[in-house]
Design a protein around this ligand. Structure first.
Ligand code: ATP
Ligand code: MG
Length: 333
Protein backbone atom coordinates (compact mmCIF):
# COMPACT_ATOMS: atom_id res chain seq x y z
CA UNK A 1 0.00 0.00 0.00
CA UNK A 2 2.88 2.40 0.77
CA UNK A 3 3.67 2.55 -2.95
CA UNK A 4 0.09 3.63 -3.64
CA UNK A 5 0.16 6.61 -1.29
CA UNK A 6 -0.89 9.06 -4.02
CA UNK A 7 -4.13 7.15 -4.55
CA UNK A 8 -4.77 7.05 -0.80
CA UNK A 9 -4.23 10.82 -0.54
CA UNK A 10 -6.71 11.33 -3.40
CA UNK A 11 -9.29 9.30 -1.50
CA UNK A 12 -8.82 11.59 1.51
CA UNK A 13 -9.55 14.62 -0.72
CA UNK A 14 -12.91 13.03 -1.48
CA UNK A 15 -13.97 12.98 2.22
CA UNK A 16 -15.44 16.48 1.91
CA UNK A 17 -19.17 16.79 2.30
CA UNK A 18 -19.87 13.08 2.86
CA UNK A 19 -23.02 12.86 4.93
CA UNK A 20 -22.59 10.52 7.88
CA UNK A 21 -25.05 9.88 10.71
CA UNK A 22 -23.62 8.79 14.07
CA UNK A 23 -25.99 6.97 16.41
CA UNK A 24 -24.37 6.63 19.75
CA UNK A 25 -23.65 7.42 23.33
CA UNK A 26 -22.89 11.11 23.61
CA UNK A 27 -20.58 11.81 26.53
CA UNK A 28 -19.02 15.00 27.85
CA UNK A 29 -15.34 14.89 28.77
CA UNK A 30 -14.55 17.56 31.37
CA UNK A 31 -11.04 18.43 32.51
CA UNK A 32 -10.39 20.51 35.60
CA UNK A 33 -6.85 21.82 35.77
CA UNK A 34 -5.48 23.29 38.96
CA UNK A 35 -2.57 23.91 41.26
CA UNK A 36 -1.97 22.14 44.55
CA UNK A 37 -1.97 24.70 47.39
CA UNK A 38 -1.31 22.63 50.48
CA UNK A 39 -2.57 19.54 52.27
CA UNK A 40 -6.06 19.79 53.65
CA UNK A 41 -6.78 19.66 57.38
CA UNK A 42 -10.07 17.84 56.71
CA UNK A 43 -8.52 14.74 55.20
CA UNK A 44 -5.12 13.63 53.86
CA UNK A 45 -5.81 15.15 50.42
CA UNK A 46 -4.38 18.14 48.55
CA UNK A 47 -6.35 21.38 48.30
CA UNK A 48 -6.43 22.32 44.63
CA UNK A 49 -7.07 25.82 43.25
CA UNK A 50 -9.06 25.52 40.01
CA UNK A 51 -7.29 27.35 37.20
CA UNK A 52 -8.95 26.16 34.01
CA UNK A 53 -11.85 24.01 32.79
CA UNK A 54 -11.88 22.28 29.42
CA UNK A 55 -14.96 20.63 27.91
CA UNK A 56 -14.72 18.15 25.06
CA UNK A 57 -16.92 15.65 23.25
CA UNK A 58 -16.31 12.07 24.39
CA UNK A 59 -17.35 8.60 23.15
CA UNK A 60 -19.79 9.01 20.22
CA UNK A 61 -19.35 12.80 20.46
CA UNK A 62 -15.63 12.32 19.80
CA UNK A 63 -16.44 10.31 16.67
CA UNK A 64 -18.75 13.14 15.56
CA UNK A 65 -15.96 15.71 16.03
CA UNK A 66 -13.45 13.50 14.21
CA UNK A 67 -15.75 13.16 11.20
CA UNK A 68 -16.30 16.91 11.10
CA UNK A 69 -12.57 17.64 11.35
CA UNK A 70 -12.00 15.34 8.37
CA UNK A 71 -14.46 17.34 6.27
CA UNK A 72 -17.67 15.34 6.60
CA UNK A 73 -21.16 16.64 7.09
CA UNK A 74 -22.03 14.80 10.27
CA UNK A 75 -25.39 14.25 11.95
CA UNK A 76 -25.18 13.20 15.59
CA UNK A 77 -28.13 11.20 16.91
CA UNK A 78 -28.31 10.47 20.61
CA UNK A 79 -29.65 11.58 23.94
CA UNK A 80 -28.50 14.46 26.09
CA UNK A 81 -30.00 15.67 29.33
CA UNK A 82 -31.57 19.04 29.89
CA UNK A 83 -28.65 19.82 32.16
CA UNK A 84 -25.56 22.03 31.95
CA UNK A 85 -23.55 19.12 30.56
CA UNK A 86 -26.11 18.55 27.81
CA UNK A 87 -25.99 22.26 26.95
CA UNK A 88 -22.19 22.06 26.85
CA UNK A 89 -22.26 19.15 24.39
CA UNK A 90 -24.70 20.93 22.10
CA UNK A 91 -22.63 24.10 22.18
CA UNK A 92 -19.43 22.17 21.36
CA UNK A 93 -21.22 20.83 18.26
CA UNK A 94 -22.72 24.18 17.33
CA UNK A 95 -19.34 25.89 17.58
CA UNK A 96 -18.11 23.41 14.97
CA UNK A 97 -21.14 24.01 12.74
CA UNK A 98 -22.62 20.56 13.47
CA UNK A 99 -26.41 20.21 13.29
CA UNK A 100 -27.58 19.15 16.74
CA UNK A 101 -31.28 18.99 15.93
CA UNK A 102 -31.35 15.17 16.01
CA UNK A 103 -30.16 15.06 19.59
CA UNK A 104 -33.04 14.24 21.92
CA UNK A 105 -32.91 16.39 25.07
CA UNK A 106 -34.63 14.06 27.51
CA UNK A 107 -36.18 15.22 30.76
CA UNK A 108 -34.60 13.61 33.82
CA UNK A 109 -31.65 12.33 31.76
CA UNK A 110 -28.23 12.90 33.28
CA UNK A 111 -25.80 13.63 30.45
CA UNK A 112 -23.00 11.07 30.88
CA UNK A 113 -19.91 12.99 31.94
CA UNK A 114 -16.36 12.02 32.83
CA UNK A 115 -14.69 14.66 34.95
CA UNK A 116 -10.95 14.49 35.54
CA UNK A 117 -9.09 16.61 38.02
CA UNK A 118 -5.47 17.24 37.06
CA UNK A 119 -3.24 19.22 39.35
CA UNK A 120 0.38 20.17 39.61
CA UNK A 121 2.56 22.58 41.53
CA UNK A 122 5.50 24.86 40.90
CA UNK A 123 7.78 21.84 41.15
CA UNK A 124 5.63 19.05 39.69
CA UNK A 125 3.82 18.74 36.38
CA UNK A 126 0.07 18.24 36.39
CA UNK A 127 -1.16 14.73 36.98
CA UNK A 128 -4.59 13.19 37.20
CA UNK A 129 -5.77 12.96 40.81
CA UNK A 130 -9.24 11.55 40.33
CA UNK A 131 -11.91 10.83 37.72
CA UNK A 132 -15.57 11.19 38.55
CA UNK A 133 -18.20 9.65 36.25
CA UNK A 134 -21.89 10.46 36.17
CA UNK A 135 -24.89 9.53 34.03
CA UNK A 136 -24.56 5.77 33.99
CA UNK A 137 -27.96 4.93 35.42
CA UNK A 138 -30.24 6.61 32.88
CA UNK A 139 -33.40 4.73 32.03
CA UNK A 140 -34.55 4.33 28.46
CA UNK A 141 -38.22 4.91 29.04
CA UNK A 142 -40.46 4.05 26.05
CA UNK A 143 -40.96 7.76 25.17
CA UNK A 144 -37.19 8.43 25.16
CA UNK A 145 -36.49 5.31 23.11
CA UNK A 146 -39.29 6.29 20.70
CA UNK A 147 -37.88 9.81 20.25
CA UNK A 148 -34.41 8.39 19.61
CA UNK A 149 -35.75 5.92 17.07
CA UNK A 150 -37.66 8.63 15.18
CA UNK A 151 -34.67 10.98 15.21
CA UNK A 152 -32.47 8.23 13.78
CA UNK A 153 -34.94 7.28 11.05
CA UNK A 154 -34.98 10.93 9.93
CA UNK A 155 -31.23 11.39 10.22
CA UNK A 156 -30.33 8.44 8.00
CA UNK A 157 -32.43 9.84 5.15
CA UNK A 158 -29.89 11.22 2.72
CA UNK A 159 -26.95 9.94 4.76
CA UNK A 160 -24.37 7.88 2.95
CA UNK A 161 -23.19 6.11 6.05
CA UNK A 162 -24.25 5.26 9.57
CA UNK A 163 -21.77 4.74 12.39
CA UNK A 164 -23.07 3.04 15.52
CA UNK A 165 -20.85 4.24 18.34
CA UNK A 166 -21.93 2.11 21.27
CA UNK A 167 -20.17 2.76 24.56
CA UNK A 168 -22.56 0.77 26.66
CA UNK A 169 -24.88 3.57 27.78
CA UNK A 170 -27.69 1.91 25.87
CA UNK A 171 -28.50 4.07 22.89
CA UNK A 172 -27.49 1.57 20.25
CA UNK A 173 -30.10 -0.90 21.43
CA UNK A 174 -32.82 1.58 22.22
CA UNK A 175 -32.55 3.25 18.85
CA UNK A 176 -32.59 -0.06 17.00
CA UNK A 177 -29.67 1.41 15.14
CA UNK A 178 -28.98 -1.81 13.34
CA UNK A 179 -32.40 -1.75 11.65
CA UNK A 180 -31.59 1.60 10.10
CA UNK A 181 -28.22 0.37 8.93
CA UNK A 182 -29.72 -1.33 5.88
CA UNK A 183 -30.90 2.03 4.60
CA UNK A 184 -27.44 3.51 4.08
CA UNK A 185 -24.57 2.62 1.76
CA UNK A 186 -22.02 2.00 4.51
CA UNK A 187 -22.86 0.90 8.05
CA UNK A 188 -20.17 0.53 10.67
CA UNK A 189 -20.10 -0.53 14.30
CA UNK A 190 -17.83 0.39 17.18
CA UNK A 191 -19.16 -1.34 20.26
CA UNK A 192 -17.64 -1.61 23.71
CA UNK A 193 -19.77 -4.59 24.72
CA UNK A 194 -21.61 -7.38 22.94
CA UNK A 195 -20.49 -6.98 19.34
CA UNK A 196 -22.53 -9.98 18.31
CA UNK A 197 -25.87 -8.27 18.98
CA UNK A 198 -25.40 -6.72 15.53
CA UNK A 199 -25.68 -8.50 12.21
CA UNK A 200 -25.33 -7.74 8.55
CA UNK A 201 -23.50 -4.41 8.75
CA UNK A 202 -20.87 -3.38 6.24
CA UNK A 203 -18.11 -3.46 8.83
CA UNK A 204 -17.08 -3.25 12.50
CA UNK A 205 -13.93 -1.94 14.20
CA UNK A 206 -13.53 -3.59 17.61
CA UNK A 207 -10.28 -3.23 19.54
CA UNK A 208 -8.47 -6.39 20.53
CA UNK A 209 -10.22 -6.74 23.88
CA UNK A 210 -13.69 -6.24 22.39
CA UNK A 211 -12.79 -8.69 19.63
CA UNK A 212 -11.58 -11.32 22.06
CA UNK A 213 -14.68 -11.01 24.17
CA UNK A 214 -16.86 -11.70 21.13
CA UNK A 215 -14.58 -14.12 19.29
CA UNK A 216 -13.96 -16.20 22.40
CA UNK A 217 -17.51 -17.32 22.09
CA UNK A 218 -17.53 -17.41 18.29
CA UNK A 219 -17.56 -20.82 16.73
CA UNK A 220 -14.11 -21.90 15.75
CA UNK A 221 -12.37 -19.66 18.38
CA UNK A 222 -8.76 -20.79 18.24
CA UNK A 223 -5.92 -18.82 16.69
CA UNK A 224 -6.39 -15.09 16.10
CA UNK A 225 -6.73 -15.33 12.31
CA UNK A 226 -9.23 -18.16 12.40
CA UNK A 227 -11.24 -16.44 15.12
CA UNK A 228 -11.38 -13.22 13.09
CA UNK A 229 -12.70 -14.94 10.03
CA UNK A 230 -15.27 -16.87 11.99
CA UNK A 231 -16.53 -13.77 13.84
CA UNK A 232 -16.79 -11.84 10.54
CA UNK A 233 -18.81 -14.69 9.10
CA UNK A 234 -21.01 -15.04 12.18
CA UNK A 235 -21.81 -11.31 12.18
CA UNK A 236 -22.29 -11.29 8.37
CA UNK A 237 -19.92 -8.37 7.95
CA UNK A 238 -18.37 -7.36 4.64
CA UNK A 239 -15.16 -6.84 6.61
CA UNK A 240 -14.00 -6.89 10.20
CA UNK A 241 -11.24 -4.49 11.22
CA UNK A 242 -9.62 -5.34 14.56
CA UNK A 243 -7.55 -2.48 16.00
CA UNK A 244 -4.64 -3.66 18.14
CA UNK A 245 -3.21 -0.54 19.77
CA UNK A 246 0.55 -0.36 19.24
CA UNK A 247 0.42 -3.59 17.20
CA UNK A 248 -1.56 -1.86 14.41
CA UNK A 249 -4.65 -3.51 12.96
CA UNK A 250 -5.90 -6.64 11.17
CA UNK A 251 -8.50 -6.71 8.41
CA UNK A 252 -10.67 -9.76 7.77
CA UNK A 253 -12.50 -9.71 4.46
CA UNK A 254 -14.74 -12.22 2.80
CA UNK A 255 -12.75 -14.62 0.62
CA UNK A 256 -9.43 -12.93 1.39
CA UNK A 257 -6.51 -13.79 3.58
CA UNK A 258 -6.36 -11.73 6.80
CA UNK A 259 -4.26 -8.63 6.39
CA UNK A 260 -2.32 -7.31 9.38
CA UNK A 261 -0.66 -3.91 9.19
CA UNK A 262 1.80 -2.36 11.66
CA UNK A 263 1.36 1.12 13.15
CA UNK A 264 2.61 4.15 11.28
CA UNK A 265 4.92 6.42 13.24
CA UNK A 266 6.34 6.11 16.70
CA UNK A 267 5.10 3.54 19.17
CA UNK A 268 5.75 6.05 21.95
CA UNK A 269 2.13 7.15 22.09
CA UNK A 270 1.31 10.11 24.31
CA UNK A 271 -2.36 9.26 24.76
CA UNK A 272 -4.30 6.53 22.97
CA UNK A 273 -7.70 7.71 24.24
CA UNK A 274 -10.11 8.08 21.37
CA UNK A 275 -7.78 6.63 18.71
CA UNK A 276 -10.52 4.14 17.86
CA UNK A 277 -12.94 7.00 17.18
CA UNK A 278 -10.48 8.56 14.74
CA UNK A 279 -9.94 5.19 13.09
CA UNK A 280 -13.63 4.49 12.46
CA UNK A 281 -14.15 8.05 11.18
CA UNK A 282 -11.36 7.94 8.60
CA UNK A 283 -12.18 4.34 7.66
CA UNK A 284 -15.87 5.03 7.01
CA UNK A 285 -15.19 8.25 5.10
CA UNK A 286 -12.72 6.38 2.91
CA UNK A 287 -15.33 3.69 2.20
CA UNK A 288 -17.86 6.42 1.34
CA UNK A 289 -15.28 7.87 -1.05
CA UNK A 290 -15.05 4.55 -2.89
CA UNK A 291 -11.98 3.02 -1.23
CA UNK A 292 -11.56 -0.73 -0.89
CA UNK A 293 -11.53 -2.07 2.67
CA UNK A 294 -7.76 -2.41 2.42
CA UNK A 295 -7.26 1.18 1.28
CA UNK A 296 -9.66 2.44 3.96
CA UNK A 297 -7.86 0.48 6.70
CA UNK A 298 -4.47 1.87 5.64
CA UNK A 299 -5.77 5.44 5.66
CA UNK A 300 -7.38 4.90 9.07
CA UNK A 301 -4.15 3.43 10.42
CA UNK A 302 -2.23 6.57 9.47
CA UNK A 303 -4.98 8.71 11.05
CA UNK A 304 -4.83 6.69 14.28
CA UNK A 305 -1.06 7.17 14.43
CA UNK A 306 -1.53 10.96 14.30
CA UNK A 307 -3.97 11.35 17.20
CA UNK A 308 -2.09 9.13 19.65
CA UNK A 309 0.61 11.80 19.65
CA UNK A 310 -1.76 14.21 21.39
CA UNK A 311 -3.27 14.45 24.84
CA UNK A 312 -6.94 13.63 25.33
CA UNK A 313 -9.40 12.79 22.58
CA UNK A 314 -8.02 14.42 19.44
CA UNK A 315 -8.89 14.92 15.79
CA UNK A 316 -7.00 15.26 12.53
CA UNK A 317 -7.71 17.12 9.29
CA UNK A 318 -7.49 16.30 5.58
CA UNK A 319 -4.27 18.33 5.01
CA UNK A 320 -2.57 16.75 8.02
CA UNK A 321 -3.67 13.24 7.06
CA UNK A 322 -2.56 13.69 3.44
CA UNK A 323 0.83 15.04 4.52
CA UNK A 324 1.27 12.05 6.83
CA UNK A 325 0.27 9.61 4.08
CA UNK A 326 2.84 11.21 1.80
CA UNK A 327 5.58 11.03 4.44
CA UNK A 328 4.72 7.37 5.06
CA UNK A 329 4.64 6.63 1.32
CA UNK A 330 8.06 8.18 0.88
CA UNK A 331 9.43 6.04 3.70
CA UNK A 332 9.96 8.91 6.11
CA UNK A 333 7.84 7.31 8.84
N1 ATP B 1 0.98 3.37 20.46
C1 ATP B 1 0.51 3.61 19.23
N2 ATP B 1 1.29 4.09 18.26
C2 ATP B 1 0.83 4.34 17.04
N3 ATP B 1 -0.44 4.12 16.65
C3 ATP B 1 -1.28 3.65 17.56
C4 ATP B 1 -0.87 3.37 18.90
N4 ATP B 1 -1.94 2.94 19.59
C5 ATP B 1 -2.95 2.94 18.70
N5 ATP B 1 -2.57 3.35 17.49
C6 ATP B 1 -3.41 3.47 16.27
O1 ATP B 1 -4.76 3.67 16.67
C7 ATP B 1 -5.55 2.52 16.32
C8 ATP B 1 -6.65 2.29 17.32
O2 ATP B 1 -6.09 2.05 18.60
P1 ATP B 1 -6.76 1.06 19.66
O3 ATP B 1 -6.76 -0.31 19.14
O4 ATP B 1 -6.07 1.35 20.95
O5 ATP B 1 -8.27 1.62 19.69
P2 ATP B 1 -9.39 1.64 20.85
O6 ATP B 1 -8.96 0.76 21.98
O7 ATP B 1 -10.69 1.41 20.23
O8 ATP B 1 -9.31 3.16 21.34
P3 ATP B 1 -10.50 4.02 22.00
O9 ATP B 1 -11.62 3.10 22.33
O10 ATP B 1 -9.83 4.66 23.20
O11 ATP B 1 -10.86 5.04 20.99
C9 ATP B 1 -4.55 1.39 16.15
O12 ATP B 1 -5.05 0.38 15.32
C10 ATP B 1 -3.37 2.16 15.51
O13 ATP B 1 -3.62 2.44 14.15
MG1 MG C 1 -12.68 1.90 20.97
Amino acid sequence: MRGEWRGLARIVSRFSGRRVAVAGDLVLDRYWYGAVQRMSREAPVPVVRLEETKLMGGCAANTVLNLKALGAEVIPVGIAGRDREGDALVSIFEKEGIDSSFIVRAKGWVTPTKTRLLAGSAHAPRQQLVRVDSGEGNLFTPPVAGDARRALAKAVKGAQALIISDYGYGLAEAAEAACQAGKVGVSALDSRFGLKRFHGLTTATPNEEEFEEAAGAAQGGGPFEKAGESLREEMSLGALLVTRGSKGMCLFERKKRPLCIPIVGSDQAVDVTGAGDTVISAYVLALCAGATFEEAANIANVAGGIVVERHGPATTSQPELKARIEAWGKGRL
